[in-house]
Ligand binder design. Structure first.
Ligand code: FMN
Length: 137
């Protein structure tokens, strides 16, 4: 399974690694990659994958790399099972609610969303373990 993320200071990157670790613990094989190293077409033939991005702008995705990537994914997201995750700071998770709604509008089956306030901790890891299970089921 592919886990594709964008991260500015490493918080969402850490979540991506945690999710990858949880998928492996459950016996799944996983590739964790930064969005800059992935072409959207690499996800087109996948039925299940996860995307991570921190809250940027004013409750937006990173506009440089993740936003254009997600716009491409929306074109083929229908019927795919997708997990979403990311880190935030001062907001209330609005960026993730908007992201989830977009993916659902595109026809995706959103397997779960995990948001971590700043650096992910033990509780976030538990939530990522639940997401890993949902993605593999
Ligand atoms: C330019 C910029 C915009 C941000 N916008 C938001 C925001 O709208 N809401 C929020 O909760 N946090 C916002 N943050 C905080 C980051 O989401 C937070 O620091 C997060 O932990 C960064 O994760 P990352 O290291 O994976 O990028 C912003 C941070 C920066 C630098």
């Amino acid at each position: 399974m592919k886990v594709v993320y964008w991260s500015s200071t490493g918080n969402t990157e850490r979540m991506a690694q945690m999710l990858g670790g949880e998928i492996e613990k459950l016996g799944g094989s996983v590739e964790v990659k930064e969005v800059s190293a992935v072409s959207p077409s690499e996800l087109e033939n996948e039925t299940v994958f996860a995307l991570g991005c921190s809250a940027m702008g004013d409750e937006e995705l990173d506009e440089g790399e993740m936003e254009p990537f997600v716009q491409e994914v929306e074109k083929f997201a229908s019927g795919k099972k997708i997990g979403l995750f990311g880190s935030y700071d001062w907001g209330d998770g609005e960026w993730m609610r908007k992201w989830e709604a977009r993916m659902k509008e595109a026809g995706a089956d959103v397997a779960g969303t995990v948001i971590a306030n700043n650096e992910p901790g033990d509780e976030d890891q538990e939530n990522l373990a639940v997401l890993a299970k949902a993605l593999l089921s």
